[in-house]
Design a protein around this ligand. Structure first.
Ligand code: HPA
Length: 277
């Protein structure tokens, strides 16, 4: 990164230029961001070509366990895709702009769609660990926004978010899950800054606000995707009941273990979805 850390369109183009040839894909149908513990989807990619984040201008090496830190080009379900295995979380001290920068790079690479995945706590009382939830909408409760500051070229100042998670892509995910016999709930994802897990009172507050799941990522990425005009779809893996819903204390190891258990169903679902884009 030269000069100030702007992480805008010009930097995104530089990063895209640095990885384009190395990824070996020409017309990817979607970018895919892998959440905590869901990195094994990368094993399903054929002809995978990997670029470590440390070799991409403007990217950082991930520090959170369960996040690999690679951009991967290849084929999934017979279609070209670009995977982002590893995120920059705002709770690590990154700004929302940095957290969402990889989405601008995907856009600069010509990727038309974004698939986001994450590990989340269940706010809906009926959710059990291991359930998959189609994200139908989100609440940005991070207190930050990746679009503050100058408008990046090709982006809009006031992006419409009334169908941020694209209805057609949502239907495609529902149909893919049905075809595979994989249960898929639908709900609203609340994105908080973290890094602490919520208090029981906060979980009750989120429930009243209309949230079904809570996590510490995703919303900044989806806001930038909306500003870039990318179509978005996403899935949360419910790794635990939210604080206060179950009696047990929450921990990151549990989040990772649940990711590993659900990885197979998640992988089959995403592969089928991508094959139909
Ligand atoms: N809260 C916030 N983020 C999470 C949780 C949770 O309970 N589980 C996994 N990510």
């Amino acid at each position: 990164m030269t000069g100030s850390e702007s992480h805008g369109t010009i930097d995104a183009r530089r990063a895209a230029d640095a990885v384009r040839d190395r990824l070996g894909v020409t017309a990817p149908v979607t970018g895919i961001i892998l959440g905590s513990g869901l990195g094994t989807l990368a094993d399903r990619v054929e002809g995978a070509r990997r670029v470590p984040y440390g070799e991409i201008p403007g990217f950082h090496a991930p520090k959170v366990e369960g996040h690999r830190g690679e951009m991967i080009g290849g084929r999934l379900g017979g279609r070209e895709v670009i995977l982002l295995a590893g995120r920059f979380h705002m709770y690590e001290g990154y700004t929302a702009r940095v957290a969402a920068f990889p989405v601008r790079v995907l856009h600069a690479l010509g990727v038309p769609r974004l698939f986001v995945s994450n590990a989340a706590g269940g706010v809906r009382r009926s959710f059990a660990a291991g359930e998959l939830m189609l994200i139908v909408d989100h609440l940005n409760l991070t207190g930050q926004n990746p679009l503050t500051g100058p408008v990046e070229s090709g982006e809009t100042r006031f992006p419409d978010m009334s169908a941020a998670y694209h209805p057609r892509l949502r239907e495609l995910l529902v149909a893919s899950a049905q075809a595979l016999g994989i249960p898929l709930a639908r709900g609203v994802y609340a994105g908080l800054l973290g890094p602490n897990f919520e208090t029981p009172s906060e979980v009750r507050m989120l429930e009243r606000m209309g949230a079904d799941a809570v996590g510490m990522s995703t919303v900044a990425e989806v806001i930038v995707a909306a500003a870039c005009g990318m179509e978005v779809a996403g899935i949360s893996l419910i790794t635990n009941p939210g604080a206060g819903i179950s009696a047990t204390p929450l921990n990151h190891v549990e989040v990772m273990e649940e990711g590993a258990r659900a990885a197979d169903a998640f992988g089959r679902l995403v592969e089928r979805y991508v094959s139909q884009l």
